[in-house]
Each structure stands twice: as structure tokens, then as C-alpha cells.
Design a protein around this ligand. Structure first.
Ligand code: F0G
Length: 672
């Protein structure tokens, strides 16, 4: 019929060819796996259209050759046969399928429209497909037939239909395929690493093919880059128990015993897990009063990343702040910052100086995904420096900006701050608690630094500064510790005098030798990119799930915490009925999760005794480092789902007693 011969052989050969994964199959497979069924189908249609193009070209071109010379056609046919044999031999010998899969799935486009476009391009621009059509189809066409063009078209169309079953069948294909059951919720997909054959693809139609693609760096699931050697049991509680326990504290989460908490997200400060290397280093701790080798190991580790001339250890961050501002603060002084953390503000104000926050205006827009919401408002800083130059002893920058949602500061912003500081002859001091997380964000979001190593970025940050304060309880990966580091000799001399008075001798500064050892090792571990990638991804994972539940969060998620917009979630509760506190209490009652209100409870009471709603009503879910697993994250998300379902029934609160300062730590509440 239509000049087609050996039709049975054509079908058999076609089926056999379809069992052999090629570039199209791999493209469809890849799109199905990363983009789901819709993307897979779109890829099928794209490739089908590309194949039609090849069929048409082959039919018209070969018919033209055939029309002029039977010998020319025979030559095409025999060369084609040789090419098919060559292809078969290569398939048997080579790892072509793996290469094809890799190339076919590396793209970033998983939405159906781009899968469709790419499908057409992948197919049309693939010279192998053109060659294949030229080689394969003529083998089944009778050169003497009158319907040669029609024969080409019919065979081409039959062959094309192989694609229509590929999103499903393709998944099961290939000798290396391992078929696994669907498991949609377990992956921490990484947008940066998207495009490889990865477990997020459990979303594909129920099945997934793995096999020779097992290298961990090709996987989208970012596993905890550690395993457990020591565990700390969590005491399980029931909801009824928790309702009693929180009522007994007058609804103040700070008053709970921490073993009554299932997942403690109150802070990421000092709550991290130490590594085996850190725990081993503890034993090396030399507790000599002066000149301990532990201090020199600590000093070497700090100077490797932050090469300031003088290093002054303290028992934690606020002690470094207290020492610094006891020297630089004082009545009439003004200290600008992107946003001061509350202990920094407290230590500045305690000297009579004024702490001024100048966050970028982008920080106020929770919905925007502006990459560096931790930046300072440069115009506002310049204006303040112009107006109050004499009153400003130093400019501070907090990286990441904790009080501003854990958002990072860009190197571009830091460089501009440096330039302003030079212009006005002011030192720049960095509050560096989360320097490693900030550096990771710079690598991710500031294209200039995409290929830089984390330690390199860290050094670039500190090269811009004249000094730093640090809480080693955050990116020092230690449970206690901190330091002040400066270049200025006179400032260092004054600081050491103060240190001896309040903290201890300059080679231990309020810390045990073993703590200095833990920090020294922690600083090496914290700049590991795999660790930082996992850390940031955990927060993104939680943030994405909360958004799906309709929970408004501060975007993008921060490096150390996810911030919930409690006012957005509980719009029926007025700010002075403390929606953040209501949410935090509900999270505890429902799931034993402890979070921290950062809203009108924390900031509402004014120095004159009046009460004014805070700018935002936030709840912070701060993630301890290396402590919780993805199951804990999934549990947290489930707790939120339950709280969301009850949100409309939650009632506001009032404060029944409070301390004159920092009332959130000890205030008592009652339900309205
Ligand atoms: N600076 C920033 C940006 C901080 O986040 C903290 C502490 C400090 C300074 C003070 O350090 O606690 O060692 O005295 N933040 C913790 C938190 C308490 O929960 O965010 P510290």
C-alpha cells in the first residue's frame, strides 16, 4: 500500500527503536520528571511537531531524488543502512543515553509552554533526527511506487506516534530504569540545581526512573550534610498537656521549660549542634589563665576569615557591643545602622547615645523578593552623615539583618557604605553574627560573586570594615562565645582594659579554652558551601510550604529564620491585641512548636509609658543550626496547616502584668 514494503519489519524496528532511549525520550523524560505531567505532555507535542517537520522534509527531499535517479536513491538507502548499523553499534557500546539524559534535562524550563517550545527545537535542530529519517524511512519504501511522497508521510507519521506514549512509557524505559513509588512530599528541591533527574520529580505520573544517575551532586534533594552520632530525645506531649502548660505560664513562651517544647524555634543563637570535630576539640581545650594555645588556635581561625589587627574574645555578642559602645557611645552620639539588633540598640542607648535604623525601603515590602532587603538606605545614611557628622563616631552594618527579617546585605551596598565612611572619615563596624549565611546569599544573588568561594566572599566583606562585633552562638557554630575585632590600636587598648574589668584576661575573655576550640573548628565548618546550601534551603522549603497554605511570610525567607506576618494571617485581631503572641501560643498548643513574637509585645511599650502598635506583627521561626531534620520541618508545616484551619476562631490577648523594659521576656497575658 502507498509503496510501503516490509510494514511488519518497520513496526518491529520502530518498537525496538522506541525501547532505546534517545535524546527526544530523554528530553520528555526530563521535562516530565522536573515539570510534571503537563510539562511532559507539552514536550511530547513539541517533539511531535518537530518530527512532522523532519517527515515532510525527508518525504519531499527524497521523493525529489527518487524522481530523478533510482541509483541516487539506492545510494541514499545503502548509506542510510550503514548509518543505522553504526548507530546500533554505538548504542550497544556507549553511554549515549546517560549523556542524552543529562543534556536533555539540564534546562531550567519546566513550565509546559517552554517545554513545548524546547521540544520543537530539540527535535528540529537535532541533525541526528534528520539523518535518522533519511536513513530509516527509505528502507521501507518501494522505489517503483507511484505514491512515494505519500509513503514517506505515512511512515513518518506512524513513527511520530511513538512520542505520544512517552511521558508514561518513557519513564519505564531503558535497561537502567528503577521504578519507585510516588513520594511527592519528601524532597527539598533546590531551584539553583534544578534541571537534573531528581527526586522532586516524584511529581511525574506516579513513577520515576533512576538508574545510572546517582551522583549526589546531580540530585535536587538537599540532604542534611551530616549524620547523627549523638541524639537528644524530645519529650513528646499531648495537646491537652500543652494547653495546661502554656496557661500555667500566663501564655508567655519564654517561661516554658524547654523540655516541654517539641520543636524549639525561639532562637538560632547558641542552640546549634556541634560536630564530632568540635566535640573532639573540646578535649583539646587548654584552660590556662593566660596564653592558652586554645586562644591562639581561635585567633588563627578568626584571622583567616577576618584579618583585623586586634582580636578580643568575649563571652557573647552583647558583651562585645557593651565594650565597644562604652568607648564609642555617650550622650549626644548617634550610631546609624541598616537595623540594630535589640542588644546593640540597648547597649548604645544605655550609654545615652542614639541608635538609628536606616533600612532600605525594600525591606518594608514583605511580598517583594528583592534580593538584598538587608541593605542600608544609602541616601538616608549620606544625609545623616552630612547633618550629624560630628555626632557619629561609627557606622554599623548588621549582616544578615536579623531585626530586618534575616535578610542579607549585598557587597555592593557594603562597598558604597565603605565609600561614604571614607568620605566622612568614619570607621565601619560590622555586626557579623551571620556572616556566613550573608556570604552565601551574596554568592547566590550577586552575579559578580557567583564563582567565588565562601571564604573569599567573607574576606571581601571584612576587607571593607574597620572592625566587627560577633556572637559565635550563630555562625561560630558554638553554644557560647563572641568577640570584638578592630584595626585601631588605641580603640583596642581601651577595649582590652574594659575587657579585663568585665569579662576576663585578653586570651580568654570570659570563655573557657574549650569554647575557644569549638569556635575555631566551627568557623572552618560554617563556610562550607554544602552546609550553607542545606541551611538556606531548609528555610526556603518551609517558606514555600507555608505560602502554599496561605500563610503570609516575609519574602524571601531569611538565612536563619522564616518570619510570619501575623497581622496578615490574623487580620481580625487588632495589633494591640497582639496577633503575633496569639499565633505563637497557638503554634505551641497545637504542635508544641515554640516561636518568638516580634511585634507589639516586643516593641509596643514606649519610653513615656504609652503603647503604640509596632510597625509589623511578626512571628519568627528561628532555625537552630544542624539540629532539626526534614521530618521536623514537615511536622512544623502540618502544625501550621492546623493553625490556619482554626485561624478565624483565634481570639486576641491582653497583657495583665509587665516589666518596665524588655517586657516580652516576662509579661503575663490573658485571652480576651
Ligand atoms: N547582633 C545580632 C544581629 C544578633 O542577632 C544577636 C543575637 C546579637 C547581636 C547579640 O548576640 O546573643 O551573643 O549576645 N541574637 C539572638 C537572637 C539572641 O535570637 O536573634 P548575643
Amino acid at each position: 500500500m502507498f509503496g510501503i514494503h516490509s510494514y511488519g519489519l518497520f513496526v518491529t524496528a520502530g518498537v525496538l527503536l522506541n525501547l532505546t532511549p534517545g535524546q527526544d525520550t530523554m528530553f520528555i523524560l526530563g521535562r516530565s520528571l522536573t515539570g510534571g505531567l503537563r510539562a511532559g505532555l507539552a514536550a511530547v507535542f513539541g517533539i511531535a511537531i518537530g518530527t512532522m517537520g523532519h517527515t515532510l522534509a525527508a518525504a519531499l527531499g527524497l521523493s525529489a531524488i527518487l524522481a530523478t535517479s533510482a541509483l541516487a536513491f539506492s545510494i541514499v538507502k545503502w548509506v542510510g543502512a550503514a548509518y543505522l548499523i553504526y548507530l546500533g553499534a554505538r548504542l550497544l557500546l556507549a553511554k549515549a543515553a546517560a549523556a542524552a539524559l543529562d543534556g536533555g534535562t539540564r534546562s531550567s524550563a519546566d513550565d509546559p509552554r517552554s517545554a513545548f517550545r524546547q521540544g520543537i527545537l530539540t527535535n528540529v535542530l537535532n541533525p541526528k533526527v534528520a539523518l535518522f529519517f533519511l536513513a530509516f524511512l527509505p528502507q521501507f519504501i518501494d522505489p517503483a511506487s507511484e505514491h512515494k511522497t505519500a509513503a514517506f508521510l505515512v511512515l513518518g507519521d506512524i513513527y511520530r506516534h511513538r512520542n505520544d506514549v512517552e511521558p508514561g512509557a518513557g519513564l519505564c524505559r531503558g535497561p537502567a530504569a528503577v521504578i519507585l513509588p510516588a513520594q511527592p512530599e519528601r524532597a527539598l528541591p533546590d531551584r539553583q540545581a534544578r534541571g537534573r533527574l531528581v527526586p522532586d520529580a516524584w511529581r511525574a505520573p506516579g513513577l520515576v526512573a533512576l538508574g545510572q544517575f546517582e551522583e549526589t551532586e546531580t540530585m535536587k534533594t538537599i540532604i542534611e550534610p551530616f549524620r547523627m552520632k549523638v541524639i537528644e530525645p524530645i519529650r513528646m506531649t499531648t495537646r491537652a498537656e500543652r494547653e495546661q502548660l502554656i496557661a500555667a505560664t500566663d501564655y508567655n513562651l519564654f517561661s516554658l521549660h524547654s523540655d516541654d517544647v517539641l520543636i524549639d524555634l525561639l532562637t538560632d543563637s547558641g542552640t546549634g549542634a556541634m560536630s564530632a570535630n568540635q566535640l573532639s576539640a573540646l578535649m583539646r581545650g587548654d584552660e590556662s589563665y593566660a596564653g592558652s594555645p586554645s586562644f591562639y588556635r581561635f585567633q588563627a581561625a578568626v584571622k583567616k576569615l577576618m584579618p583585623f589587627r586586634h582580636l578580643i574574645p568575649t563571652h557573647q555578642g552583647r558583651a562585645a557591643e557593651a565594650i565597644l559602645f562604652s568607648i564609642l557611645g555617650g550622650a549626644g552620639r548617634v550610631i546609624p545602622s541598616n537595623t540594630h539588633f535589640d542588644t546593640t540598640r540597648g547597649n548604645i542607648e544605655a550609654t545615652g547615645a542614639q541608635a538609628v535604623d536606616l533600612p532600605t525601603p525594600h525591606a518594608a515590602d514583605f511580598a517583594s523578593s528583592y534580593p538584598f532587603k538587608g541593605d542600608i538606605d544609602l541616601a538616608a545614611l549620606e544625609q545623616l552623615l552630612k547633618q550629624r557628622a560630628d555626632a557619629i563616631p561609627v557606622v554599623m552594618m548588621t549582616v544578615t539583618n536579623n531585626a530586618g527579617g534575616g535578610q542579607p546585605v549585598s557587597l555592593a551596598n557594603l562597598r558604597a557604605v565603605r565609600a561614604l565612611c571614607q568620605r566622612f572619615n568614619k570607621p565601619l563596624i560590622i555586626d557579623a553574627c551571620r556572616f556566613a549565611e550573608n556570604s552565601y546569599f551574596i554568592k547566590q544573588r550577586e552575579p559578580e560573586y557567583a564563582s567565588h568561594g565562601i571564604p573569599e566572599i567573607v574576606r571581601a566583606i571584612f576587607a571593607l570594615a574597620d572592625g566587627m562585633t560577633m556572637s559565635a552562638k550563630k555562625d561560630g557554630l558554638a553554644n557560647i562565645g563572641g568577640w570584638l575585632a578592630v584595626n585601631d590600636d588605641e580603640l583596642a587598648r581601651l577595649a582590652r582594659n574594659r575587657l579585663i574589668l568585665t569579662e576576663g584576661f585578653p586570651t580568654y575573655g570570659g570563655l573557657a579554652g574549650r569554647d575557644l576550640e569549638a569556635i575555631a573548628v566551627g568557623l572552618e565548618e560554617v563556610v562550607d558551601e554544602q552546609y550553607l546550601r542545606y541551611r538556606v534551603r531548609c528555610n526556603e522549603y518551609i517558606g514555600e510550604a507555608l505560602k502554599k497554605l496561605g500563610v503570609p511570610i516575609v519574602n524571601p525567607v531569611g538565612g536563619h529564620a522564616v518570619f510570619i506576618d501575623a497581622k496578615g494571617l490574623l487580620p481580625h485581631i487588632p495589633p494591640l491585641q497582639y496577633p503575633g503572641q496569639v499565633l505563637a501560643v497557638a503554634l505551641y498548643e497545637v504542635g508544641g512548636v515554640r516561636a518568638c513574637e516580634i511585634g507589639s509585645v516586643m516593641f509596643g511599650r514606649q519610653p513615656d509609658g504609652s503603647e503604640v502598635p509596632a510597625r509589623y506583627e511578626l512571628v519568627r521561626l528561628a532555625m537552630p543550626r544542624r539540629v532539626y531534620t526534614q521530618s521536623h520541618a514537615d511536622y512544623l508545616i502540618e502544625v501550621f496547616a492546623e493553625v490556619v484551619s482554626q485561624a478565624a476562631n483565634l481570639r486576641g490577648m491582653r497583657i495583665t502584668s509587665e516589666a518596665p523594659q524588655m517586657r516580652h521576656f516576662t509579661a503575663s497575658f490573658a485571652r480576651l
